[in-house]
Design a protein around this ligand. Structure first.
Ligand SMILES: Nc1ncnc2c1ncn2[C@@H]1O[C@H](COP(=O)(O)OP(=O)(O)OP(=O)(O)O)[C@@H](O)[C@H]1O
Ligand SMILES: C[C@@](O)(CCOP(=O)(O)OP(=O)(O)O)CC(=O)O
Length: 419
């Protein structure tokens, strides 16, 4: 085998996810075991995703990884844990066309090249670590012919980043905290696929794409050490909310879904404030967006839009249907117009066909927007120009897939180096 120079590779695409019942706090830092269950919605990978190519060759002399074009170290324990776990489950691989045969025992000696690209900002509160580690584990499992179901793979991805375990599935996903010390029952399961509730439209306001000050990892460690509210939340609040959220998703009860999502996001940020020293992830823009949505929901009588914020100021807004999403976008663009000279197609990305539906695809269309009547004068006027960097319009989406088209590979099939 050593004399051969073949390169065998697999490319996969994996979605990111947004928690509607949050994971915040670990009971085991090394295995990444949480203090409570969490539930998320997988976001459509057509708009936000990670693509990872993994390659193996007898010509490689060490494991190497490139993230967004730059070589990064794989020496960190999270990468090492994922690589060790997945190698331990590798099977026999044979590609007759290429004359490649790798026996199960060979994987221990063979080295890997990994190239990954996120089509959205990394470490900016858009869950790049979730899509990234899920994609790493999924693509390696395909490369190494690992015969395990997605829940088992989720327990490996979890050891890269907790929230990554939920990105192994599309639609609506629960991460069960489990009770075993070895973490083998701390896995993700799919509650419903993406077609189950396909009315939902998701608009993300990217408030800041700069790297944040306190990472989720250190933030939740400090919360576990200092916040009494976290203990109460994990023990008393989340278990009931998980049951109620599962029911809301099952029955597509948008009112309950909204009430639970908003309350849980607010409690997660309250835990951050209850941490010593306090952690501030949201900013004034985030608070203005909450006000806008709360007032609108109240004036309509029944909730139209749910909001949730992760460890950063970006707002994730979930509209009950397309019509509501169009109105929401109009309201958001009225209050948060782009800086002058911004092309609207760069200001609303993802599924930007919504621009046409909102009458916002022409010149001066934002200037002509009227204030939403029910929230007029309530959150200030159009003085928030430039506070939102851009919006992403998306929807619930599918889980990981292999990309069979070699032209989408990030590594050169001859050299195994980044293209
Ligand atoms: N495509 C990827 N493949 C492998 N690892 C990745 C990938 N993208 C990001 N990561 C890892 O995740 C880290 C960023 O995680 P971090 O939790 O700081 O930010 P985030 O996931 O974007 O934000 P948040 O988790 O708060 O939503 C990177 O430094 C890198 O180690
Ligand atoms: C606020 C959150 O997004 C926290 C995510 O934390 P991470 O999964 O990024 O943390 P680590 O497990 O330390 O890598 C809530 C959530 O996704 O459930």
């Amino acid at each position: 085998m050593a004399a051969e120079k073949w390169v065998y590779m697999v490319t996969a695409q994996t979605p990111t996810n947004i928690a509607v019942i949050k994971y915040w706090g670990k009971r085991d830092e090394v295995r990444i075991l949480p203090v409570n269950d969490s539930i998320s919605v997988t976001l459509d990978p057509d708009h936000l995703c990670t693509v990872t190519t993994v390659a193996v060759s007898p010509a490689f002399d060490q494991d190497r990884m490139w993230l967004n074009g730059k070589e990064i170290s794989l020496s960190g324990s999270r990468y090492q844990n994922c690589l060790r776990e997945i190698r331990g489950r590798a099977g026999d691989v044979e590609d007759k066309d290429k004359g490649i045969k790798i026996a199960k025992k060979d994987w221990e000696k063979l080295h890997l090249h990994i190239a990954s690209h996120n089509n959205f900002p990394t470490a900016a509160g858009l869950a790049s670590s979730a899509a990234g580690f899920a994609c790493l584990v999924f693509s390696l499992a395909k490369l190494m012919n690992v015969n395990e179901d997605p829940s088992h793979l989720s327990a490996i991805a979890r050891q890269g980043s907790g929230s990554a375990c939920r990105s192994l599935f599309g639609g609506f996903v629960k991460w069960t905290m489990g009770s075993k010390e070895d973490g083998s029952d701390s896995v993700a399961v799919q509650l419903a696929d993406e077609k189950h509730w396909d009315d939902l439209v998701i608009i993300i306001a990217v408030v800041s794409s700069r790297q944040k000050e306190t990472s989720s990892t250190s933030g939740m460690r400090e919360s576990v050490e200092t916040s009494l509210l976290l203990q109460h939340r994990a023990k008393e609040v989340v278990p009931k909310r998980i049951l109620a959220m599962e029911e809301a998703i099952k029955t597509r009860d948008f009112s309950s879904f909204t009430q639970l999502s908003c309350a849980d996001s607010n409690q997660f940020h309250a835990v951050c404030l209850d941490t010593s020293p306090p952690i501030f992830y949201m900013n004034d823009t985030s608070h203005r967006i909450i006000s806008l949505v709360e007032k609108w929901n109240r004036s309509e009588g029944t909730p139209q839009v749910a909001y949730t914020f992760d460890a950063g100021p970006n707002a994730v807004l979930i509209a009950r249907n397309r019509k509501v999403a169009v109105q929401l976008l109009q309201g958001l663009l009225y209050y948060f117009p782009p800086k002058s000279d911004t092309d609207m197609r760069n200001y609303v990305v993802g599924d930007n066909s919504i621009l046409k539906e909102a009458g916002l695809d022409g010149a001066n269309s934002v200037e002509n927007l009227q204030p939403p009547p029910e929230i007029k004068n309530n959150i200030g006027s159009q003085d928030q120009r430039g506070e939102v960097s851009y919006f992403i319009c998306t929807r619930p989406g599918r889980g990981p897939v292999v990309l069979p088209d070699q032209t989408q590979a990030l590594l050169d099939p001859e050299t195994g180096l980044p293209k």
